[in-house]
Write a protein that binds this ligand. Structure first.
Ligand SMILES: [Zn+2]
Length: 295
C-alpha cells in the first residue's frame, strides 16, 4: 500500500476520537487504515456487514463492484441498501450510503459482473485487499486465482445457516482458497444448491463482519496474517451446513481431523471453532509458489 496520507484531518481526529483512545489503536494504525485500498465484489448482505465496519473504522478507499440491482427481498440483511434504492445498482446504492456515513472514505462504484473474462480488466492488481462475498465457489475460484497471481491478501468470508466462516488468505504465507474449499464433487448437487433460496438473516452476517475485519486489522497492525480459519456458530441447534462441508478439500478435512475437528452436514455446537491452516502441497493454483514466511 502506498503511504500518501501521513496525517489525519481535524474532522477525522474528532470522528475517530473514541477508537484512537483505545490502548491498542494508535494513530499509526488509523493512518494505515486511511491508506488502505480495499476492493469488495458482491455488495449484498455479507458485504453490508464488512463494508459497514470498514466505513466506520475509517478505511481510505473502497472499490465496490456489483452488477445487480437492489430488491425488496434483500432488505432483511443488506442494510446498506434501503427501500428508496430498490431498482438501483447495488454499488451505486452503497456509494450513497457510504457518503452519508463517512464522507472521508473514497468510494468507487463499478457495475461489472466478475468472471474469467472481466476480472483482469476490472480489478486493480495494486489493491491492498480483495474481498468477495460470492455465493458460488466457481466465482470465488476466479477471484482466488487473481489474488494468488498478484500476491494480494484475500479475505474469504461467508455464512451458512446460523454459522459464519472467515479467513484472511495471503499466498505464499498462507494456503489459497483452492487448497481448502471449492472442490466440485457433484454437478447435480451444485446445481441444486445454486438454484436454491438460501435461508439467511442478519445475525450470522453481523458476526462474520466483525470477525473478518478483526483479521484484517490484525494484518494491518503486524503485517502478517494469522493463518487461522474461524467457524462461528450462533446456536447449538441442528444447522444444515452442507453448502460449506460438501465443498471442503481433502487437505482441509485432513488438517481438521488432525486438530480434532470433524465436519458433518449438520453442525450442532455453539461458539467459535478455530483451525490452523496450512497449504496443500498438491494445490495446482499455489502449490508451486514459494512458501516463505519472510517474503
Ligand atoms: Zn492453494
Amino acid at each position: 500500500m502506498d503511504r500518501e496520507h501521513v496525517l489525519l484531518s481535524a474532522d477525522e481526529r474528532e470522528r475517530y476520537l473514541r477508537q484512537l483512545s483505545m490502548a491498542d489503536w494508535p494513530e499509526e494504525d488509523q493512518l494505515k487504515l486511511k491508506n488502505l485500498h480495499v476492493t469488495v465484489m458482491g455488495i449484498g448482505g455479507a458485504a453490508s456487514s464488512i463494508i459497514n465496519n470498514l466505513l466506520l473504522l475509517g478505511v481510505g478507499k473502497l472499490v465496490a463492484i456489483d452488477q445487480d440491482t437492489v430488491e425488496l427481498s434483500n432488505l432483511n440483511r443488506q442494510f446498506i441498501h434501503n427501500v428508496d434504492h430498490i431498482g438501483m445498482n447495488k454499488a451505486e446504492s452503497l456509494k450513497i450510503y457510504a457518503r452519508r456515513l463517512n464522507p472521508n472514505v473514497k468510494v468507487i462504484a463499478t457495475q461489472v459482473k466478475i468472471d474469467e473474462t472481466t476480472i483482469d480488466e476490472t480489478l486493480d492488481p495494486k489493491t491492498d485487499v480483495i474481498i468477495d462475498t460470492f455465493d458460488k465457489w466457481a466465482s470465488r475460484s476466479i477471484v482466488n486465482r487473481f489474488a494468488v497471481e498478484h500476491k494480494i491478501p484475500y479475505l474469504m468470508a461467508g455464512v451458512v445457516s446460523n454459522c459464519f466462516y472467515t479467513a484472511l488468505l495471503h499466498v505464499p504465507h498462507t494456503p489459497c482458497l483452492n487448497c481448502l474449499i471449492g472442490r466440485f464433487q457433484s454437478p447435480s448437487l451444485i446445481g441444486s444448491f445454486q438454484t436454491a433460496i438460501f435461508a439467511i438473516n442478519i445475525l450470522p452476517i453481523a458476526a462474520m463482519g466483525a470477525f473478518s475485519i478483526a483479521e484484517l486489522i490484525k494484518y494491518l497492525k503486524t503485517g502478517e496474517t494469522t493463518n487461522q480459519f474461524y467457524f462461528g456458530s450462533l446456536y447449538n441447534t441442528k444447522q444444515d451446513i452442507r453448502f460449506f462441508t460438501l465443498f471442503l478439500s481433502k487437505h482441509f478435512k485432513k488438517i481438521s481431523e488432525e486438530q480434532g475437528i470433524r465436519w458433518g452436514p449438520i453442525w450442532e455446537s455453539e461458539g467459535m471453532t478455530k483451525l490452523k491452516l496450512s497449504k496443500d502441497p498438491a494445490c495446482p493454483i499455489c502449490g508451486n509458489s514459494q512458501f516463505d514466511e519472510k517474503n
